[in-house]
Write a protein that binds this ligand. Structure first.
Ligand code: ADP
Ligand code: MG
Length: 433
């Protein structure tokens, strides 16, 4: 056995943003050893990027500290580099010049810079494209340049913030395996990798350990060691078993959060004003109905992971839909299984108009929709700009969350005929009957 050497220690990190009384990160404690590849898994908006930025010194925490290689992190950590989802390449510079950039900034001599860049370009599979400009490259190639640029400065810690999520599946899969190979063969002088992801399978495929974050606030709900040897096979029973376990933990975290939301709802519903909107998951009415029918056809109960397989749906796409039908009280999740409720059965079995009515009734139980209806009902023309609601939600959600959420709110509201939407004027309104 190799000696285990502590490399990074995150101690009691808590971070508040913008005067909010609820932290984004709450009491995060984490030890990363030399030679470890850690995946941080959590739902979108949970604070994964913030945690990474805290570790690299780009964000200062309110409480706690990060110790890196025996030293407390103060200010930007020069021994860490980050690869983002989409890498900002300079369009007027060639691939070689883009890679050399980081080296030049560090003041390395010209011939060293040149040699190092060439070595990296080869390592990362870009040879032949040295003199190409970013616009001539595919998304996958551009991301390769991003990797090369991050590696150019010989960081001790390589941070990856969802680096594959903007790529098509095959390109992403190639890059994933190549990166794991480089890491396994120790061809990069890196001591540790931290990868942020919201994909369970990606985490199980690549990492030695998964650190699972809850959201709102983010704290660590589980650490799961993955002992499978590389190369890992997504189709092997051992792989699927780990994915299934991680999945169950994640669902458990989510349903516990839902309980909390329900509680919040009953407390705040007495207050006429100041009702807090809850986040609406990225779930589509068509998909939710289809899911409910499928569960009903299967005797009212299904294993969620199995369900994902049957529908050929990525878990990341399936989960929000499951959250959706749970939020509407059409289904319940327990221990990785999903059960249809009496209401859910009704929804499936009623004829179209009646099931719409039921859907509408359920929507009125969700604070976000109540808030919207309050506004529309109180306007004399029963019309309000979409932008108004976006502004309203700004106090509660991030910009990205709101953009996706408004489309879903409109999808649900229109289906229920609670309100409708005019694309030209970008307004929500209650039609007069
Ligand atoms: P994730 O990477 O898990 O999607 P982030 O770390 O980007 O999540 O964001 C977590 C939360 O913190 C979000 O609600 C986001 O709006 C908020 N947040 C992140 N950065 C800032 C910032 N600089 N100022 C204010 N709020 C922020
Ligand atoms: Mg992020």
């Amino acid at each position: 056995m190799k000696n285990i050497k502590e490399f990074i220690k995150v101690k009691g990190i808590t971070k508040y943003f913008g005067g909010s009384d609820k932290p984004t990160l709450e009491d995060i404690n984490l030890t990363i050893n030399e030679g470890e590849f850690i995946a941080i898994l959590g739902p979108s908006g949970s604070g994964k990027s913030t945690l990474l930025r805290t570790i690299t010194g780009l964000v200062e925490s309110d409480y706690g500290e990060v110790v890196f290689d025996g030293k407390k992190v103060t200010g930007v950590n020069p021994y860490a580099s980050i690869v983002f989802q989409t890498f900002a390449l300079y369009p007027w510079l060639t691939v070689r010049e883009n890679v050399e950039l980081g080296l030049k900034a560090k003041g390395f001599p010209k011939d060293y810079t040149r040699r190092k860049a060439e070595e990296l370009i080869r390592l990362i599979g870009l040879d032949g494209f040295e003199e190409a400009y970013p616009k001539e490259l595919s998304g996958g190639m551009r991301q390769r340049v991003g990797f090369a640029r991050a590696l150019a400065v010989e960081p001790k810690l390589l941070c990856l913030d969802e680096p594959f999520s903007a790529l098509d599946f095959l390109t992403a899969e190639n890059l994933r395996t190549e990166l794991v190979d480089l890491w396994q063969e120790k061809r990069m002088p890196i001591k540790s990798i931290i990868m942020i992801t919201h994909g369970i399978e990606e985490a199980v495929l690549m990492a030695d350990k998964i650190v699972m974050l809850s959201r709102n606030p983010a704290h660590i709900i589980a650490e799961i060691k993955i002992d499978l040897p590389h190369p890992r096979n997504r189709k092997s029973p051992e792989f699927e078993k780990i994915v299934d376990n991680v999945y169950k933990l994640l669902i458990k975290g989510k349903t516990e959060n839902n309980e909390e939301k329900k509680l919040n709802k009953s407390v705040s519903s007495n207050k006429e004003n100041g009702e807090k909107p809850i986040q609406i998951p990225n779930a589509h009415v068509g998909v939710m109905s289809g899911l409910l029918e499928l569960i009903d056809d299967n005797g009212g109960k299904m294993d969620i992971y199995q369900l994902g397989g049957d529908l050929m749906m990525e878990i990341d796409d399936l989960l929000p839909n499951i959250e959706g039908i749970s939020m509407l009280n059409f289904a319940e999740v327990k221990e990785g299984d999903i059960f249809i409720t009496e209401l859910g059965k009704e929804f499936v079995e009623l004829d179209k108009d009646e099931s719409k009515e039921l859907f509408k009734k359920q929507l009125k139980d969700i604070s976000t929709f109540r808030l919207i209806m309050n506004v529309l009902n109180n306007k004399r023309n029963h019309t309000m700009k979409e932008e108004f609601f976006k502004e309203l939600f700004k106090q509660h959600f991030s910009y990205n969350e709101i953009e996706g959420m408004m489309d879903i709110i409109i999808d649900w509201g229109r289906y229920a005929e609670l309100f409708t939407y005019d694309h030209d004027s970008e307004e929500l309104y209650i039609p007069s009957f």
